[in-house]
Design a protein around this ligand. Structure first.
Ligand SMILES: [Zn+2]
Length: 212
């Protein structure tokens, strides 16, 4: 039998794979959360109504997210979005629109493009909720979050995003790869609420937050 010219392989163990990014065995290493609303566990929950996370941020998820950031973002991102959508579809079925956390244009240029957008595209297609990336835009250049303390982080982020269209009464889900402090999500949610969004839901692939 002729060997394929570009064989597909599992991202993690490199085993031959017909479709997708992870073989069954490696996919099973992704540890699903119980899909409850985790809003109480976020440091900065302001403006966010609900927070849903698909998997715990274990070594397997970290490995896949790392690979997505440095290669093949479109394929890995949309496939991770699809897998998450299959798991989370029922949980977020009440939403009217999905959007993604935007990258600043400088970062976007440096890193190719926004992986949250690709995750969102795969996710939206699977859960059959329209995705509109233009709902959210990053407004100002923000300095690196890692050098700031908690208060400075929130201040820096709080006005970083803007929404350019009316969202009165709409329930909107914002997609990102990992949920940590919630500061970025909170700032995005603020921009949506400023335009009249009735409810904002944070949706991420993973979180390192452990049950309190
Ligand atoms: Zn594998």
């Amino acid at each position: 039998m002729m060997k394929l010219v570009f064989p597909n392989a599992c991202l993690s163990c490199r085993e031959d794979l017909d479709l997708g990014i992870l073989c069954n065995s490696c996919q099973n290493k992704l540890e699903k959360t119980s899909l409850q609303n985790r809003i109480e566990e976020i440091h900065f929950p302001e403006f966010i109504d609900e927070a849903y996370v698909c998997w715990w941020y274990n070594d397997a998820l970290q490995d896949v997210i790392h690979k997505m950031k440095y290669s093949d973002r479109a394929r890995i991102g949309s496939e991770l979005g699809r897998l998450a959508g299959e798991i989370m579809g029922h949980t977020i079925g009440h939403l009217d629109y999905l959007t993604a956390v935007p990258l600043h244009h400088v970062k976007k240029r440096d890193r190719g493009y926004n992986q949250a957008l690709w995750i969102g595209k795969g996710f939206a297609k699977t859960v059959k909720i329209p995705m509109d990336p233009s709902i959210l835009k990053r407004k100002t250049h923000t300095v690196s979050q890692t050098t700031l303390d908690r208060e400075e982080r929130l201040q820096n982020m709080e006005n970083a995003f803007v929404s350019s269209r009316p969202l009165k009464g709409l329930k909107i889900g914002i997609i990102d790869d990992v949920l940590t402090t919630g500061a970025t999500m909170s700032a995005c949610a603020k921009a949506l609420k400023d335009k009249g969004a009735a409810q904002v839901t944070a949706i991420t692939l993973g979180t390192p937050i452990i049950n309190l």
